[in-house]
Design a protein around this ligand. Structure first.
Ligand SMILES: Nc1nc2c(c(=O)[nH]1)N[C@H]1C(S)=C(S)[C@@H](COP(=O)(O)OP(=O)(O)OC[C@H]3O[C@@H](n4cnc5c(=O)[nH]c(N)nc54)[C@H](O)[C@@H]3O)O[C@H]1N2
Ligand SMILES: Nc1nc2c(c(=O)[nH]1)N[C@H]1C(S)=C(S)[C@@H](COP(=O)(O)OP(=O)(O)OC[C@H]3O[C@@H](n4cnc5c(=O)[nH]c(N)nc54)[C@H](O)[C@@H]3O)O[C@H]1N2
Ligand SMILES: [Mo]
Length: 768
């Protein structure tokens, strides 16, 4: 229970089994028993997961097919459901027994393990305890506090789980109150996508749908750990592999799900002694941060093949008709690629020219190619270059706006993409402010709000005075843990709307509320009857989600209700919003969303229960480019390596990749088994290349500290990490998020998108 468990021994042994398979079923069953759930009740719930008339999984945002499997869930989705539906309760008695100072010594796992929050609570400084309050008192005091503050000193954060209805109401509340300070978890996640893709193709989201999987003839995976973080994607991927579609994965770590997979939903596969489907045709262990170089190499190979085609009179390899009609900036891009030399490409990517040329050859003969990617591209200083480079590669052969092809950012939280669609954004130009002003008769703020990194700066320098969190565990998810935790205590107001206790709740402001809400799986009864909500998946399809389980406590309120009551207590009389009517019938909120976004949400209420969801009206899919040039833009990257602080070779500085285990959902730690990487027993681990270990005189199980290599006068250190040899490129080390977030300087983020560069943190290893 205490943090001393950080010194536990760690075991690392290669996991040779396929992902999915029996390991996955065993892991789910064990977990359900621990959370006190009867098998019949949990299977009844899981049978409704990701079904057209059921609820949308609270875990990842991968697409939900129109014709789902009998059990359309994965190991991690099942864990997320069980974790939310636990029989355990973190109730009044719990808070009466424990002072906050004591709880601060508990691990993330132990905190959430206490079960669901049941009662609204207010922190009492003198007692150092949370004390129950009535909802009415909570809303009144929070409203009074907010009214006394300058709106631009207040941050309204959203984690990516809230429904479209809640999100739309929440942003409206913040704007009527007077601020665009609406950062969300995607600021730490796919913001490099949200900034990079619009410049390249005029769409902030990916262009691929599930149907494209059936028509593609090649796929790329860059920096995504699919087996752990979007396991249901392995089903259509497996189908494609069975058709013989080549899949090329680029990742410093050979993640198991992209190596081999057995579908736990298929009895024949489960009983077969065969080792599962080989998911990647080839796996390239690119150096961390080396993707621009690798993609430049592939592009160079394609140009060489095109040159050869011209010389021999064969059909061109470049899609010249597409480039001419639809693209801008090709000449500059071509010049950059031709000027890049192979020696530099090989050094920066860590991959041999022959491999990149082979990928180029297969790419050149494929007609419909999908480029998938995750945090391995976005969480870098050059995150936007990474994303745009993948677009460049796809555009060379017209692979956007074509059946079976496209760009596929694999999103994180289950509705993180949708929240942005309906107005959660710190960037006012992305929101139809004039319409909101007109519909609700108020003057919305027009200046840019704070994103996550800027909100952190404001908290540290004292200019941010209050923080309202619609879910999440902000202080634990962001960089610079130590400075952030200290600064948080100086804020005037902290309001946390949550389902489970986490570390952020234990770092109080002067006035602190912990407000427990219904989870998505629970029945939500309002004036007009049981309510349905909606969300957008990673493929831009909008789905309905209906909870059915009894609420974890009779005192819980729904998120729309909490947002509406906060709004009524804070901005009453400042705008014309029928808050009570909306809470009484969420269909009216959907009507409001349709009014504000008529193209994307046409006939919203009629269409949102369509099996498989309805697809947003994405112009890039039709080759209409909403960019400044009205074309798809080739973008030239700045450089291969924009991490000047990291000189991995010959020096003691290593580049840390912070990772998720197979037993966590972000800061929610289900357990200490990273089964698919063969790591168990502890999360306080540094996975290292054996040559680096030899060079630094380290052996397996050595206990070390990690220190950030930065000369900004701030000491950042994590103590007590066990070293273990692991198969990753020289110069890279792997370790777990969020434990290692205290090593990430706040200023170490992607240029322009401000996504913390959590995949390349310069560190030194020192003796414990
Ligand atoms: N079970 C589970 N599911 C989840 C989550 C969870 O925590 N648990 N989180 C959700 C959220 S919010 C998100 S954003 C997604 C995250 O899902 P991912 O995008 O998969 O994010 P990470 O787990 O951080 O892993 C990133 C991968 O990139 C690789 N990588 C690191 N650096 C580089 C690099 O420089 N180049 C390349 N090519 N690869 C690199 C890492 O080895 C790792 O395999 O998953 C979502 N789904
Ligand atoms: N070093 C490093 N840092 C990272 C990352 C990384 O890869 N490396 N990844 C980043 C990414 S991609 C992301 S998205 C962020 C995640 O950052 P967040 O989204 O802020 O964090 P989560 O851990 O997902 O939030 C978990 C908490 O949400 C609450 N919660 C769960 N369900 C609900 C619900 O239905 N309603 C409400 N109101 N609350 C709920 C619970 O109280 C739970 O404790 O972290 C980022 N930080
Ligand atoms: Mo994320």
């Amino acid at each position: 229970m205490r943090r001393s468990e950080i010194e536990d021994e760690v075991e690392v042994e290669a996991y040779e089994h396929p992902s999915g398979g029996w390991g996955s079923l065993k892991s789910v069953a064990k977990f359900a028993i621990e959370e006190g759930l009867a098998a019949s009740s949990i299977w009844a719930t899981l049978a409704r997961q990701n079904k057209p008339d059921g609820f949308m999984c609270v875990s990842c945002s991968w697409a939900k097919p129109a014709e789902p499997h009998v059990a359309e869930f994965c190991e991690n989705g099942a864990k997320a459901t069980i974790w939310e539906q636990t029989k355990k309760r973190c109730d009044r008695a719990f808070f009466a027994r424990h002072r906050v100072a004591e709880l601060l010594d508990w691990t993330d796992h132990e905190l959430e393990k206490q079960g669901r929050l049941t009662t609204p609570m207010r922190y009492d400084r003198t007692l150092d305890q949370y004390i129950p309050v009535t909802w009415e008192a909570a809303f009144q005091e929070i409203g009074a506090e907010l009214k006394a503050l300058d709106p631009n000193s207040v941050v309204f954060y959203t984690s990516g789980r809230a429904s479209l209805e809640t999100a739309h109401m929440y942003q409206l509340f913040a704007r009527i109150y007077g601020t665009n300070n609406l950062p969300d978890s995607s600021n730490m996640c796919h913001e490099s996508t949200s900034v990079g893709l619009p410049e390249s193709i005029g769409s902030p989201v990916g262009t691929v749908t599930l149907e494209d999987f059936e028509h593609c003839d090649m796929m790329f995976f860059f920096g995504h750990n699919t087996g752990t973080n979007a396991p249901r994607l392995l089903h259509p991927l497996q189908e494609a592999r069975k058709r013989g579609v080549p899949v090329y994965s680029f990742n410093p770590i050979q993640e198991r799900g992209l190596v081999r997979f057995k579908n736990p939903q298929s009895p024949t596969e489960m009983l077969s002694p065969e080792p599962g489907t080989k998911m990647s045709s080839e796996f390239f262990q690119v150096r961390g941060g080396g993707d621009v170089a690798a993609m430049t190499g592939i592009a160079k190979a394609v140009l060489a093949l095109d040159d050869a085609a011209i010389a021999s009179g064969a059909p061109r390899v470049l899609d010249t008709a597409f480039i001419e009609e639809h693209c801008h900036g090709f000449a500059e891009f071509e010049a950059f690629v031709r000027a890049s030399d192979w020696a530099t490409i090989e050094r920066c990517s860590g991959l041999p020219r022959s491999d990149l040329e082979e990928v180029g050859r297969v790419y050149a003969r494929s007609n419909a190619v999908i480029g998938h990617y995750g945090m391995g591209l976005t969480q870098h200083r050059h995150g936007i270059d990474n994303v745009q480079m993948l677009c460049n590669l796809l555009l060379m052969r017209g692979n956007i706006g074509k059946k079976g092809a496209g760009i596929s950012p694999i999103r994180g939280h289950s509705n993180v993409q949708g929240q942005r669609t309906v107005g959660i954004s710190e960037k006012p130009e992305l929101v139809p402010l004039d319409k909101l002003a007109d519909f609700y008769r108020f003057e919305p703020p027009r200046e840019k709000g704070l994103d996550t990194v800027e909100a952190c700066k404001g908290i540290i320098d004292g200019s941010v005075k209050a923080f309202v969190a619609l879910g999440g565990n902000f202080v634990r998810a962001v960089p610079e843990t130590e400075l952030m935790e200290n600064a948080w205590r100086h804020m005037r107001l902290s309001v946390q709307i949550a389902t489970k206790l986490n570390r952020n709740h234990l770092i109080p402001g002067e006035v602190t509320y912990l407000l427990p809400c219904l989870g998505r799986i629970e029945r939500d009864d309002q004036a007009s009857g049981p309510q349905t909500v909606s969300m957008e998946d990673s493929t831009a399809c909008i789905h309905s989600s209906k909870g059915w389980r009894p609420p974890a406590s009779p005192e819980l309120l729904s998120e729309p209700k909490i947002v509406a009551e906060l709004a009524k207590a804070t901005v009453a009389g400042k705008a014309d919003v029928p808050w009570d009517e909306w809470v009484g019938d969420y269909a009216k909120v959907r009507d409001a969303i349709e009014r504000a976004y008529p193209d994307d949400f046409k006939d919203f209420n009629a269409r949102f229960t369509t099996p498989g969801g309805f697809h947003r009206d994405l112009k890039a899919c039709k080759r209409i480019w909403k960019t400044e040039t009205k074309k798809a833009n080739f973008k030239v990257p700045n450089d291969f390596d924009s991490d000047p602080d990291i000189q991995t070779d010959g020096d003691k500085v290593l580049s840390l990749i912070t990772l998720r285990s197979n037993d966590q959902f972000n800061t929610t730690i289900y357990g200490y088994d990273d089964r698919l990487r063969g790591v168990s027993g502890s999360r306080m681990v540094l996975l290292m290349n054996r040559e680096d270990m030899d060079r630094l005189g380290l052996e397996d199980q050595d206990l070390v500290d990690a220190e950030t290599h930065a000369d900004d006068g701030v000491e950042r250190r994590v103590k007590g990490l066990r070293v273990h040899g692991f198969d990753l490129p020289k110069g890279n080390v792997g370790g777990y998020y969020p434990e290692l977030n205290r090593l990430i300087p706040l200023w170490h983020h992607a240029e322009r998108s401000h996504v913390p560069a959590a995949k390349a943190v310069p560190i030194r290893i020192v003796r414990h």
